[in-house]
Design a binder for this molecule. Sequence first.
Ligand code: SAH
Length: 254
Amino acid sequence: MLERIRIVLIGTSHPGNIGGVARAMHNMGLADLALVAPRCEVITQDSISRASGADHLLHQASVHASLEEAVADCTLAVGASARSRTLPWPMLSPRELADRLPAECQAAESRVALVFGREDSGLTNAELQRCHAHVHIPTNADFSSLNLAAAVQVLAYECRMAWLSQSDGQADAPPTVPSDDDDLATHAELERYFEHLERTLIGIDFHDPDQPRQLMAKLRRLYLRARPERMEMNILRGILSATEKAANTKPPKP
Ligand code: SAH
């Protein structure tokens, strides 16, 4: 299970924090570190010293230009956020997230991404809207923002606790998730669908990109909540293609 969990850091600006994250991950048995557009060097004296012996995670970290690229193969992406945002999104506590992980990680091709934001400004709304759910570490409401490596530590600890209780209870482990879940759509497949959906909605004059009214964000929230399977995505894309075709063949409105 721990091998299927990826820690994704977006736009990190302090090498020491990346080192601290590597240490927190290795302490808890996580190894998959992905960096999206880091705003600092990754391998420095500071990051190596803060990693305290976990610097192999820094050397093997993958670096990506965008969040989409870093989570393309993931079947669940959860954004860690210190603040609540304008458009409410499914929220999990760290423990609720951890409770879901054993089932989420059961299928051979499943991958879970835990996404963390910039030290100065966190995650953007667009980045948060690319996640199935958000996780908030309960804190003092007047002082809610943890240091990046500390936030990773808390969630990595919850992942480890879930993994430990899963291995303890192996003898009477719950039945495996239905086989359909083996085929959840990946992040990249969902993104392709959202692009197609937006194009079609513009084409049929349902959506005006100059007056978006959060339509795409609301539709994203709906589809991400439903956790579609690959086969269901194919049906939905087929419907979009048929809609586009019908719209092009319909006579123009009088
Ligand atoms: N100043 C930023 C917070 C940056 S802290 C802001 O106001 O959004 C860096 C990252 O650590 C955040 O983007 C988030 O991913 C994580 N983090 C910090 N505190 C958190 C909390 N209480 N719950 C969940 N994630 C948190």
